[in-house]
Design a protein around this ligand. Structure first.
Ligand SMILES: [Zn+2]
Length: 374
């Protein structure tokens, strides 16, 4: 592969990660804003129920004052009734008293109505207060989280930007210009050529162009989508590589672009034979190492930036054999310090199948050809 193309592939990873981080940083304040809006709604609701409770209270006081006034009047009428001279006057006063008493009862009923309401109102206010408190705590947590993630992202961004600048300097000017121009309009500036097809736009290449791309002597771009071509021989399935095992069943081949890859290494320093598993997680990747025979984990989980092929080049030696196997990283975490025996058996069986292929298959590829390059 041309050095320019190799660097472009790395640049593409950096560009993608930078974009992802920028999007994440931009999304965080929006998330906080949504919660703040909800919080404003809860505050308004609380104010409303508090105002209603206050209104009830004022009404109760008003009714109580009315009653006091009326009782004052009643006792005044009673005093006056002692001094009346005529039956007519007495009757009139009695009428006034009866009317005032009726008014007192009316006000008492109203007070009762308000009192019945008080319990429900209290509950409403308390519930709204609790909701507000919970939401305020939530928003503080969200803000704190947003601040933390933003700071982390900014740090990662500056690292990636540095990496990106370094890569850009190493690439020929016109190649870089082409890549960035196409990436701006199409999202990606590179396209893999596989089985004589541009994987960017699915257009078939002319045989001569295809051969030139495979030879990798010059940088070439797709005539149809303008993306710069790259060719990865590991992704090309050659008929002579499809080996049949003793049992007549073909061994399934792990996918080159799978997000997780298991490898066997016979020569892993002091450990000797080990199994390695790499998992890509967006912009970073992890590595776990296990003893080949016991399945016991050696050391901890190592995480690095970039896809595993770029992040752990020192592990992917000529002697590394790619195995079939995929488990959720969560599940692997749950394994703890040891690969469960049924999973370990599967990996061992696959290794056996590879070895059998090499022994039996006439056209079998040498270990190196189907190892780390795959
Ligand atoms: Zn194309």
């Amino acid at each position: 592969m041309l050095p320019d193309i190799e660097k472009l592939l790395e640049l593409q990873i950096a560009d993608k990660e930078i974009r992802r981080l920028q999007d994440e940083v931009a999304a965080l304040p929006r998330r906080v804003a949504v919660i703040e809006q909800k919080l404003a709604g809860t505050k308004a609701h609380l104010e409303k129920v508090r105002a209603a409770a206050k209104n009830d209270d004022a009404n109760r006081k008003k009714f109580e004052a009315n009653i006091k006034d009326l009782q004052g009047k009643i006792s005044k009428y009673r005093d006056q009734s002692l001094d009346v001279k005529t039956n007519e006057q007495y009757k009139a006063l009695l009428h006034e008293i009866q009317f005032a008493e009726q008014e007192v009862r009316l006000n008492e009923d109203r007070i009762l109505e308000v009192m019945v309401n008080v319990d429900a109102r209290d509950k409403e206010v308390k519930a709204a207060e609790a909701e507000l408190k919970a939401e305020m705590a939530e928003i503080e947590k969200e803000k704190e989280e947003a601040r933390r993630v933003t700071a982390e992202d900014q740090k990662k961004l500056s690292e990636w930007n540095g990496k990106r600048d370094g890569l850009r300097h190493g690439i020929s000017e016109d190649v870089l210009r082409q890549y960035e121009r196409v990436a701006k309009f199409r999202g990606t500036g590179l396209a893999e050529v596989r089985e004589q097809k541009c994987m960017g736009c699915q257009v078939m290449l002319r045989p001569q162009t295809y051969n030139e791309v495979r030879n990798g002597a010059t940088v070439m771009a797709c005539e149809s989508c303008q993306r710069i071509y790259y060719f990865n021989p590991a992704n090309e399935v050659k008929p002579e590589q499809e080996v049949v095992t003793v049992t007549g069943r073909k061994r399934a081949r792990p996918k080159a672009d799978a997000p997780q890859a298991w490898f066997y290494r016979p020569d892993y320093g002091e450990e000797g034979e080990v199994l390695l598993v790499f998992t890509n997680n967006g912009g970073s990747s992890t590595r776990r190492v296990y003893e080949m025979h016991t399945g016991r984990q050696v050391g901890g989980v190592l995480e690095r930036e970039g896809a595993y092929r770029l992040a752990f080049p020192e592990d992917l030696t000529e002697s590394a054999l790619r195995l079939n196997g995929h488990w959720d990283e969560k599940e692997i975490d749950e394994w703890g310090a040891e690969i469960p025996s049924n999973s370990l058996d599967l990996l061992h069986k696959d290794l056996l199948a590879i070895r059998r292929e090499h022994k039996v298959g006439k056209h079998a590829a040498p270990p190196a050809a189907q190892s780390a390059a795959q």
